[in-house]
Ligand binder design. Structure first.
Ligand code: ATP
Ligand code: MG
Length: 361
């Protein structure tokens, strides 16, 4: 099979779809070439109804097979509602479906590197290499004690079974899957325009993806299972209400924590703190792994969880860093009609927009 990570490098399509299949929702953007920048023609966002009712069973469970047909149906629906004729799609793979590790190599030619990586991969990838698609990128450089340059390589492997499943789902929805990439790369494309050393914290339903960008490029990335759905679950349990109501309350009130909302904040904050702890652990891990990395200068929060009212100031206090909400549409032109929706869409659509940007990057 041709390497699915590279299919897009060769051709340019007139317009393409960026498709982010999240745990609880599917996000799609259609992007074409604009006057100066890529142009967002249209977007679609479909929450998988019933996931709250089904409690923990969501679209992307470890056993996704049961839900493959659900994903296809949702994909068909969202495409139909968008009214797009574009069939070419680029999709992302969640960090919990990929295996990533950083390897350290002396400087060598591209050809030698290919061989060395294959060899090393055997030791690090937990399943046989015949069953995975491998990709790698250089994420850092350093000088060893004797003055020789060494490079850090981020090795990404995705089980072929996972890729085939995506191909099946997209084919069944009448789409042509042109490329797949891990979400972290899509996010790095969206937020990497600025060389400021940045941590991107993508708070999704099921997982929080913590990404370190250096010189605008992906350097390191850690995934945690503490995420936005845990806030809803614990609100429901503590207040003895169903998950749908808890979700509504969470979105309406957030952690602003005054007057009658104080109780909600008190319940949710420990779970937000759990996410914060994971980010702090990731910061330690990053320092250990990349001792010469520049000091992080800002944090970008994204994913649906970044819409929690009050989260920005709370994170700012906890991290003593400027915390900015994602501005994912910044690199695009778009229809003025969607302008009023952009503040809320910014964090939710960042992965899909990163995918939509891929063919223009
Ligand atoms: N206004 C809001 N306030 C608080 N939380 C919100 C708000 N809007 C969305 N969320 C939360 O964001 C989460 C969904 O985020 P997102 O769409 O990024 O997740 P996902 O991509 O489906 O999941 P994952 O990335 O983990 O697979 C849900 O838990 C939802 O409750
Ligand atoms: Mg997501």
């Amino acid at each position: 099979m041709e390497n699915p990570f590279n299919l897009f490098k060769r051709t340019v399509f007139p317009s393409s779809l960026g498709v982010d299949i999240g745990t609880t929702s599917i996000k799609v953007v259609e992007v074409k070439q604009g006057d100066k920048r890529p142009f967002v023609v249209n977007y679609g966002l479909l929450e998988s109804s019933g996931y709250l009712a089904r409690a923990n069973q969501a679209l992307q469970t470890s056993n996704l097979k049961i839900f493959e047909s659900d994903v296809t149906e949702l994909l068909k629906t969202v495409i139909r509602e968008m009214g797009t004729a574009t069939k070419d799609a680029v999709a992302s793979i969640a960090p919990f479906s990929a295996f990533m590790t950083v390897l350290d190599f002396p400087n060598m030619s591209q050809q030698e590197m290919e061989k060395a990586i294959q060899y090393q991969a055997k030791q690090y990838v937990p399943i046989p290499l015949s069953e995975v698609a491998l990709d790698w990128l250089k994420v850092g450089e350093s000088q060893d004690d004797e003055g020789f340059m060494r490079q850090k390589i981020l090795l990404i492997s995705v089980p072929l079974e996972q890729i085939k499943k995506y191909q099946r789902m997209f084919a069944a929805a009448g789409l042509s899957l042109r490329a797949l990439e891990i979400e972290s790369l899509s996010l790095a494309r969206i937020f990497g325009g600025d060389p400021t050393s940045t941590i991107v914290v993508d708070i999704g339903s099921r997982s929080t993806n913590i990404i370190f960008l250096e010189n605008g490029r992906l350097a390191w990335n850690v995934q945690s299972d503490f995420a936005a759905a845990t806030l809803t679950q614990n609100l429901a349990e503590s207040l003895g209400i169903n998950a749908l109501r808890a979700e509504e309350l969470k979105k309406e009130r957030g952690i602003l924590g005054t007057g009658p909302n104080r109780e909600l904040s008190t319940i949710m904050i420990p779970f937000l703190d759990a996410i914060i702890n994971e980010v702090k652990k990731a910061q330690f891990g990053y320092k250990a792994q990349f001792p010469s990395a520049k000091k992080t200068e800002r944090m970008i929060i994204t994913g649906g969880g970044a819409n929690l009212l009050g989260i920005g100031p709370y994170f700012e206090r906890e991290f003593a860093l400027p915390v900015v909400r994602a501005n994912s549409f910044a690199g695009f032109e778009h229809d003025p009609a969607i302008e009023p929706l952009i503040p809320e869409l910014n964090p939710v659509m960042s992965v899909a927009l990163g995918l939509g940007m891929k063919q223009f990057a």
